[in-house]
Design a protein around this ligand. Structure first.
Ligand code: 3MF
Ligand code: MG
Length: 343
C-alpha cells in the first residue's frame, strides 16, 4: 500500500521573526490573510492552537467559545480547508509557569484540565476529533522540584479527564525531550506509547512525531515513525529539520540532511500513511532574515522537497535493494541510495 498525502501547517508557521535575542522583523499577517494563502501554497488543512481559532478564550464562556469556533469553521469552509487538530496552548498562561498537568499547584492543574476541555469543544466545533498535546512545560529545571512518578500519574489523570469529557476525542502527544524545560516528561515516541497504556482508553492516545524533536532526543525520525506505525499510533507528523543538538530550529524539511528526510518519506509511503485520513503536517520556521513578501517559501519548499523525495522513493530500484540486502552488501546498498539521491 502506498501513502496518500495531503498537507497541513499551523498559522504560527508564518511568523514575525522574533527570537530570544531580538524583536519581530516582519509585520504580522492576520489569520484571515494566512488562511487565504493555504491553498495557493498547496495545503489542504490547518493545525490550530485553541487560541489561534478562538483568541482571548480565557475571557469567554464555554458557550461563547463554541460559537466563535463555529464561526471559524465557516471561514475554513469558505477557503475549502479542513481543521486537522487543536492543541491547547497551556504554556503561555501565568498558571502554566510550573507546568500545567504536572504543576505543583493544584489550582493550576485544574485550570489546565478545564482549558483542555475548552480545546476539545473547539475541536468538535471545527469538525476534528484530534487534540494534540505538546507537553511544553511538563518537566523540570531541577530534578528535585517534581517527582517523575507523580508527574506521570498526573498526565494520565489529565488525559483520563479529557477522555471522560468526550468519548470520541483522540489525544495525540507530541514528544519533545527538552526546551523550554531542561528535561521534559514524555520525551520520545516510546514514552508516549507507553503512557497510552496507562490511560482509561489506550486506543485513543497516539503520537505526533516531529522530526526535530526526535533528532534532539538523539533518535532517527524515520525509525520513530515506523515504531509508532507498528502500533497504529502515528496520527500526525511535524516534518522539519534540525542541525544537531541545539535549540529547536524548525528548519525546512530536508534542508539539513536530505537522506534523513528521504527515509521519513519512504517509511510513511511504504506503510500507507495517510490512508486513514492522516495529514502530513509541517512545523517549519522561516529564517529571520527572510523578507515579508517571501516569508512563506519555507512552507512551499518543504512540501516540494517531500514530493520530490516521494518520487525518488517510488522510483528506487527495489529489486536491486532486495538483492543487496540478501547478499548483505550494505556498502553497495549505501552507494545505490547515494547515487539515487545525487541523480
Ligand atoms: C514546539 C512545537 C510546537 C507544537 C505546537 C502544536 C510551536 O517545539 O513543535 O510548535 O508543535 O505547539 O502542539
Ligand atoms: Mg511541533
Amino acid at each position: 500500500m502506498t501513502g496518500k498525502f495531503r498537507f497541513t501547517f499551523g498559522p504560527w508557521n508564518i511568523h514575525e521573526g522574533a527570537d530570544s535575542f531580538g524583536p519581530p522583523v516582519r509585520k504580522s499577517i492576520e489569520l484571515g490573510e494566512k488562511l487565504s494563502m493555504y491553498k495557493k501554497l498547496g495545503f489542504d488543512g490547518v493545525q490550530f492552537h485553541d487560541d489561534d481559532a478562538v483568541p482571548d478564550m480565557n475571557d469567554l464562556t464555554a458557550q461563547q467559545i463554541i460559537a466563535r469556533a463555529k464561526d471559524m469553521r465557516k471561514i475554513l469552509e469558505d477557503h475549502g480547508l479542513a481543521a486537522e487538530f487543536v492543541a491547547p496552548r497551556l504554556w503561555e498562561d501565568e498558571r502554566g509557569i510550573d507546568g500545567s498537568y504536572t504543576s505543583n499547584d493544584a489550582a493550576c492543574r485544574e485550570y489546565a484540565i478545564e482549558r483542555s476541555k475548552r480545546a476539545i469543544d473547539i475541536a468538535n466545533s471545527l469538525g476534528t476529533d484530534l487534540l494534540v498535546l505538546w507537553l511544553a512545560r511538563e518537566g523540570t529545571y531541577i530534578r528535585e522540584s517534581k517527582d517523575s512518578m507523580v508527574s506521570t500519574e498526573r498526565i494520565v489523570y489529565a488525559i483520563n479527564q479529557m477522555q471522560g469529557y468526550d468519548p470520541k476525542i483522540r489525544v495525540c502527544i507530541e514528544p519533545k525531550p527538552n526546551e523550554p524545560m531542561d528535561h521534559a516528561y514524555i520525551p520520545t515516541t516510546g514514552h508516549a506509547i507507553g503512557l497510552a497504556q496507562l490511560c482509561a482508553d489506550p486506543a485513543r492516545v497516539g503520537v505526533n512525531i516531529e522530526s526535530a524533536h526526535a533528532i534532539l532526543a538523539g533518535l532517527d525520525p524515520s525509525d520513530e515513525m515506523g515504531y509508532a506505525m507498528s502500533f497504529n499510533k502515528l496520527w500526525t507528523v511535524h516534518l522539519n529539520d534540525q542541525n544537531g543538538l541545539k535549540f529547536d530550529q524548525d528548519k525546512s524539511f530536508g534542508s539539513v540532511d536530505i537522506r534523513r528526510a528521504f527515509n521519513q518519506v519512504r517509511i510513511l509511503d511504504k506503510h500507507g500513511y495517510g490512508n486513514n485520513g492522516e495529514y502530513v503536517g509541517l512545523d517549519v520556521k522561516t529564517m529571520r532574515t527572510q523578507k515579508l513578501e517571501v516569508s512563506t517559501r519555507h512552507l512551499s519548499n518543504s512540501r516540494k522537497v517531500f514530493l520530490r523525495l516521494l518520487e525518488l522513493s517510488r522510483n528506487g530500484d527495489e529489486s536491486k535493494i532486495e538483492a543487496l540486502i540478501s547478499e548483505r552488501d550494505y556498502e553497495e546498498l549505501d552507494m545505490l541510495i547515494m547515487d539515487h539521491l545525487l541523480g
